[in-house]
Design a protein around this ligand. Structure first.
Ligand SMILES: [Zn+2]
Length: 343
């Protein structure tokens, strides 16, 4: 039996940085998160420690890099481990990552753009282990497919992870996505694959910072939803409620909120139907703040089915099961996926 391996996952966001230490067991252990990629390889993942610091991106790259290295070192020290005891590190960044250089090309925390974080962090830590960097929405999609909602699908259908197509979508401050085809992340030539938040939902709609109009993100993210509400309710346009407040208003049966949420769901269906007709996935998994609102799932699969071109195509739409821990876990699993180092 292969010994358990210590693996690290790092979730870097605009406001906080989280480092998680996991132990990967090469067998199924019920009290941790058991998962498998096919019928012969069984694993389970144990969360050992989890620490975070504020990003403080205004301090610049060098400062953030030093504090990241210190945080990794602290997690190791607190668990009586040395750098040499670690098998791999995966990092999720809030932006598009070049699949060849693993450098961030574009994103909201632009201090990382064009920086060789992989080499710089390796140097600071004096590490030899494998480091993989990926877009954070891809990390979310990977974690949910392998260890989260995807497990429900495989239990129901008997399909293997390596054979399925799944799409993870974060409906949060923005809209991000990750696509897994046959156990591999779809990245595209430059790392711009699966930027599904910047596909057009409404012709000539709200302006987007990406220079297009009517992007998905401008309607289905939390702020986008609030913006949409403002456009439909002139009396509240000056100071529109947040997406969370709109859902709270719906719980109080406020007609305007119920109407706007119905619109939101219809737009979400359009978006999922577009993706479905391109990829015909086994399932979708939704994450991010808006995904926690149960009302958006009511009748959603049936509405989606009415819009699929091929009637054999009947994708499931799952709410995430891992919550906020998906980012760090997905990052930790990256080297596993990319290099197959933990067969
Ligand atoms: Zn856009």
């Amino acid at each position: 039996m292969t010994q358990p391996q210590n693996i690290l996952g790092m979730d870097i966001g605009g406001t906080k940085i989280e480092v998680s230490l996991f132990r990967l067991h090469h067998q199924s252990i019920e009290k941790f998160i058991p998962f498998h990629t096919d019928s012969t390889h069984q694993y389970s993942i144990e969360l050992v420690d989890d620490q975070r610091i504020p990003t403080q991106r205004d301090n610049g790259y060098e400062d953030v890099l030093s504090r990241i290295a210190d945080l990794v070192q602290k997690v190791l020290n607190d668990n009586n481990l040395k750098v040499a005891d670690i098998s791999s590190l995966g990092i999720g960044l809030p932006g598009s990552v070049d699949p060849n250089t693993q450098q961030m090309l574009k994103g909201n925390t632009n201090i990382f753009v064009g920086k060789d974080l992989k080499a710089d962090l390796s140097k600071k830590l004096g590490s030899q282990f494998s480091i993989q960097i990926e877009n954070d929405a891809n990390c979310f999609a990977l974690a949910e497919a392998l260890c989260g909602a995807g497990q429900k699908y495989r239990t129901e259908t008997g399909v293997n992870f390596n054979e399925e197509t799944s799409i993870g979508i974060i409906l949060g401050t923005g809209v991000g996505g990750g696509i897994l085809l046959g156990g591999k992340l779809l990245k595209g030539k430059n790392g711009g694959g699966a930027e599904i938040g910047h596909t057009q939902l409404i012709s000539n709609g709200f302006n987007c910072y990406c220079d297009r109009k009517g992007c998905v993100e401008q309607y289905l993210s939390g702020p986008g939803f609030s913006q949409y509400f403002a456009s439909k309710s002139p009396t509240m346009a000056e100071d529109p409620p947040s997406s969370k407040d709109i859902f709270a208003m719906a719980e109080d049966q406020k007609p305007i909120a119920l109407r706007i949420i119905d619109d939101y769901q219809n737009l979400l269906v359009q978006f999922l139907a577009n993706l479905n007709n391109i990829l015909d996935p086994d399932y979708f998994v939704l994450g991010g703040g808006v995904s926690n609102q149960d009302i958006i799932y009511k009748g959603l699969e049936e509405k989606l089915y009415k819009q699929t071109f091929l009637k054999q195509s009947r994708p499931r739409v799952y709410k995430n099961t891992l919550g906020d821990s998906a980012g760090g876990l997905g990052a930790a699993l990256l080297p596993f996926l990319e290099e197959g180092i933990l067969k």
